[in-house]
Design a protein around this ligand. Structure first.
Ligand SMILES: [Zn+2]
Ligand SMILES: [Zn+2]
Length: 161
């Protein structure tokens, strides 16, 4: 038997400041509330909802904040597609490419002939591995960045002349 799953069940632990378990009925006065007293939370009877809004009776599925945030961060990292970007999983700039988010980074000297950047948010540094090996790399970087961020080809041709 599990011991700590009695009537005093609580919300799943928050991930940082993320608590995704709350009433999602927009017109309900508990909408977005993180107060466990606004809900009936039980995990003793698997046939009944684990999480019920006392106000509107909605029962959104309980979700693991940790899992969702981890997944979300992973997806963000994938979005950078190998373009230079902060790769610190705890950083707000995670996965945001330098090319499209210049204001988030400082140029931070060179590593060999490759540009190094520092994240303004977490101070992590990283190297732009596309730089330094081709005189056309500026155009190529922009091309890649625009492609990866979903711009139509025709739009890219117009932008890059
Ligand atoms: Zn509600
Ligand atoms: Zn960062």
């Amino acid at each position: 038997m599990m011991t700590n799953q009695k009537h005093s069940a609580t919300l799943p632990p928050a991930s940082g400041h993320w608590q995704l378990n709350h009433c999602k009925t927009v017109h309900c006065q508990n909408f977005g509330s993180r107060n466990p007293d606004d809900y009936i939370i039980q995990r003793t009877n698997p046939n009944r909802p684990a999480f019920i809004c006392k106000e509107c009776g909605a029962f959104p599925p309980l979700i693991s904040n940790q899992n969702v945030i981890a997944e979300w961060r992973y997806l963000k990292l994938q979005q950078s597609n190998g373009l230079p970007a902060c790769s610190n999983l705890d950083c707000d700039n995670l996965g945001l490419p330098v090319l499209t988010h210049r204001h988030l980074y400082h140029a931070f000297g060179y590593s060999g002939d490759r540009q190094r950047y520092r994240c303004k948010s977490c101070q992590a540094t990283f190297v732009d591995r596309w730089s330094g090996f081709n005189p056309k790399h500026q155009v190529q970087q922009k091309l890649l960045a625009l492609l990866f961020t979903g711009h139509p080809i025709r739009d890219i041709c117009r932008r890059l002349g």
